[in-house]
Design a protein around this ligand. Structure first.
Ligand code: SF4
Length: 329
């Protein structure tokens, strides 16, 4: 077990789906050779296929303490890659920024489409990154012992000199947040921006997020917002807790007020999103968490003080990020 565990909390009520975090991460870390389909951070629409496509249906993680078999996503599941045609669009009078009209199934294709049917018009955005799990399935699966958790902060890293590219880790990760660089023959993944953290700079995804929905700090630091939201107020949950890896990225679930009918004029009995759907993502506990959040909202609306909502507003970067304890490796 690491001495400390760094963690991130994301408030899903504030995500705009703008992909600024995705681009901040891509420009910073995965702009290199063999990394075209690598999105250490992505934002996907839920319900939707996700990225890589159907990642949550192809196994990985643990079941009753034993590794659960997982599959490798296919090349198509990572979507088509392309370069925008900015030169022609901006400087040569062209009308198309897309290189051709047939670009489909790009990494953020779901962002615009989701899985809406017309009858079930609900969705929210789910930003995803490696969970720097307490019990990482990728680490357990690696026969080369190339994957390790840093003892000082629990960040999960791949030792590139030890990795032989067997891809057992890709199969094992239930979140498919470890990627394979075909040019280098190595597994690569989110490094939780540790070189930035060591300089006192917060993660690029969090730094650039216009929604200010990301909180970063040590889970075991009682002064940090992540500790308060996860451990004290218990309003943030891991994604797919049943996968058995004990993720250290937590989500404040979306509020789920009653659905409205008659073009918004009447309030219906059932919630905006099926609670079963939210429970399938965040576990049964999500019902109590949403109830707790609604209680805080009512308290604040009645003029009372709510530390939870004050924290979630996240106006002050000094409150959102508590990384002072970050040690240089
Ligand atoms: Fe490993 Fe996947 Fe957990 Fe990241 S999310 S630590 S890659 S098992």
């Amino acid at each position: 077990m690491p001495e400390h565990q760094i963690a991130m909390v994301l408030d899903l009520n504030k995500c705009l789906g703008c992909q600024t975090c995705t681009m901040a991460c891509k420009k910073q870390w995965t702009d290199g050779e063999g990394m075209d389909t690598m999105y250490w951070n992505n934002v996907e629409t839920r319900p939707g296929q996700g990225y890589p496509r159907h990642w949550d249906r192809i196994g990985g993680g643990f079941e009753n303490g034993m590794p659960r078999p997982g599959e490798l996503p296919s090349r198509e599941d990572y979507g088509q890659t392309f370069e925008y045609n900015f030169q022609e669009r901006l400087f040569e009078g062209g009308s198309q920024a897309m290189p051709h009209e047939e670009v489909r199934n790009t990494p953020n294709w779901d962002e615009d489409v989701g899985a809406l049917t017309g009858g079930e018009n609900y969705y929210f955005y789910l930003p995803r990154l490696c969970n720097h799990c307490t019990n990482p399935a990728c680490l357990a699966a690696c026969p080369r012992k190339a994957i390790y958790k840093r003892p000082e902060d629990g960040i999960v890293l791949v030792d590139q000199t030890r990795c032989e590219g067997f891809r057992y880790c890709v199969r094992a990760c239930p979140y498919k947040k470890i990627y394979f660089n075909e040019l280098l023959g190595k597994a690569q993944k989110c490094i939780f921006c540790y070189p930035r953290l060591e300089k006192g700079e917060v993660n690029a995804c969090a730094r650039q997020c216009p929604g200010r929905l990301r909180f970063v700090g040590f889970l075991d630091d009682p002064a940090s917002a992540v500790h308060k939201l996860v451990k004290v107020h218990k309003v943030a949950l891991g994604l797919y807790p049943g996968k058995g890896t004990e993720p250290n990225v937590f989500y404040v679930p979306p509020f789920n007020p009653p659905r409205r009918g008659n073009y918004g004029k009447s309030v219906l009995d059932d919630p905006r999103m099926p609670m079963d759907y939210l429970a399938s993502l965040f576990g049964e506990e999500v019902v109590d968490v949403i109830r707790r959040l609604e209680g805080e909202l009512k308290k604040a609306q009645a003029g009372g003080a709510s530390e939870v909502l004050q924290l979630l507003v996240g106006r002050d970067a000094g409150v959102r990020y508590q990384i002072q304890g970050m040690k240089k490796a």
